[in-house]
Write a protein that binds this ligand. Structure first.
Ligand code: ASP
Ligand code: MG
Length: 467
């Protein structure tokens, strides 16, 4: 098989882990053609983002001290993940050069005191640029010819929408397949850095947080891979959070759309656009644990086996969200009310997680992250209170509970089952929403009721049962 393996940052946090991952890649490459994609070492992207905040705040000590910390941890790992002295020396030199460039860059940006989206992307792309050298040289150390390639090096071309770039798939496909075929002929394994690409002028762009998943699927689609495996520190997608329900189970198979819904919740967050490149070519994806390969993980495919098709496949919760209720008589029958409310929130940089409007049109309820709550209320009150809206009410500390499963579509009685089970536990439902795709039902409860609601539903839909 032609396999794209994407390793998350926790898979490479230490020299031992890097060697383990290299050994595993070597083993798999005896049977398959392996194209590995790597995230930054965990925590590194967060640190790089912190550096950009310090630069904006003109805090040179803050920025430089994080940069020094990154130099230290990467150099320590570089010195330990390779045994052969000659290869180690080459690695150390390369790391020094890249880390030196990072420090120069930070210095220059501190002088300017400015972070543009373009320079932000360049800084945060360093995590992957560094991690792939470590792995590629660790592979060389055990006899595999491998070269580190950033997203730009391998030919991922994107639009110039820095921080949230999208690949230009036709050109990317051409460049990437060419580059990888070329290396394959020379029997060299490309070790690809996730998260970043470059626009048509060669400026480095990134795909947003978690973007290495997206890199893996872009590569897979470009070279028509047989499968993509997302390797991280979880076994796969679970029926619910095992911290809430002890007998939560691994889900065997889900469809692309189900996985997209689940990606927003749960322990394994997949980049929201990562499945897009796979859909047209129907390339299956597996979510697997780097350190527990005995476990087959969760398979994401176009057509899951009929025997895995349950009505509901998982119950998830997003805690600590806030509810904003907007009311006013003049909202009734006034076209553009919702648009005005939403654009007011958008201008304030508030992301809306869930919406519902009563048919009387006199109230719209919105769920936002708790951290966005003040901003949301502020914006609505200053811009709209007394005009279009009469009252803004807030409820803090609520949780969104969502049931996901395409088997719900067209089946009657699911909602009644859900709310009867919840009511039996004495849990009050504050708000309900169901998309017309019927792929999920989501409702809102108080944070303090979250566990009870999740447990009730996990039991009601018998999610602990195999199948
Ligand atoms: N390193 C990037 C991040 O932490 C991309 C990734 O890990 O997928 O968001
Ligand atoms: Mg990461």
């Amino acid at each position: 098989m032609k396999l794209v393996l994407k390793f998350g940052g926790t898979s490479i946090v230490s020299p031992e882990n890097i060697r383990k991952v290299a050994a595993m890649t070597k083993l798999l490459s005896k049977e398959h053609t392996i194209i590995p994609v790597f995230s930054a070492i965990s925590g590194v992207t967060d640190d790089l983002i912190k550096i950009t905040s310090y630069i904006k705040a003109r805090n040179s000590e803050g920025a430089n001290s994080i940069a020094r910390k990154l130099v230290k941890t990467h150099m320590e790992i570089a010195n330990e993940c390779v045994r052969n002295p000659k290869i180690r020396k080459d690695l150390v030199e390369r790391m020094k050069a890249d880390l030196g460039e990072l420090q120069e860059l930070v210095k220059a940006m501190l002088l300017l005191g400015e972070v543009t989206p373009r320079s932000y992307d360049y800084v945060v792309s360093f995590g992957e640029r560094l991690s792939i050298s470590l792995v590629a040289f660790a592979l060389n150390d055990i006899g595999i010819r491998a070269v580190p390639l950033t997203g730009k090096d391998v030919g991922i071309i994107t639009d110039a929408n820095f921080t949230e770039a999208r690949p230009l798939m036709d050109t990317t496909r051409l460049h990437v397949s060419h580059k990888i075929d070329d290396l394959a002929q020379k029997k060299v394994m490309p070790v690809i850095g996730g998260f970043a690409g470059a626009d048509q002028h060669g400026n480095v762009t990134t795909f947003g947080r978690g973007g290495s998943d997206y890199t893996a699927t872009i590569i897979a689609s470009s070279i028509k891979a047989d499968e993509v495996w997302l390797m991280s520190d979880v076994d796969g997608l679970m029926t619910t959070d095992p911290k809430i329900v002890r007998n939560a189970r691994l889900i065997k198979e889900v469809s692309y759309v189900e996985a997209m819904e689940m990606a927003l919740f749960g322990a394994k967050q997949i980049h929201p656009r990562a499945l897009e490149p796979l859909v047209a070519k129907k390339i299956p994806l597996r979510i697997r644990n780097t350190f527990n390969l005995k476990n087959p993980g969760t398979l994401v495919t176009a057509n899951p086996q009929p025997d895995t098709q349950k009505t509901v496949k998982c119950v998830s919760a997003i805690r600590h969200t806030g509810l904003v209720d907007v009311r006013g008589g003049s909202m009734v029958g006034a076209p553009g009310t919702a648009a005005t409310i939403f654009s007011t929130l958008a201008r304030a940089g508030v992301n809306i997680m869930m919406i519902s409007q009563s048919p009387s049109e006199s109230s719209i309820t919105i769920i936002v992250k708790k951290k966005d709550m003040d901003e949301a209320v502020n914006a609505l009150e200053t811009e709209l209170l007394g005009k279009m809206i009469k009252k803004v009410d807030v409820t803090v500390d609520v949780s969104i509970i969502a049931l996901i499963g395409s088997g719900m579509r067209g089946i009657t009685g699911v909602a009644s089952k859900v709310f009867t089970a919840i009511a039996r536990r004495g849990v009050n439902v504050i708000m309900i929403a169901q998309g017309s795709s019927e792929l999920n039902i989501a409702f809102v409860v108080k944070d303090s009721d979250c566990n009870a609601a999740v447990q009730a539903l996990h039991e009601e839909f018998e999610l602990a049962r195999a199948g």
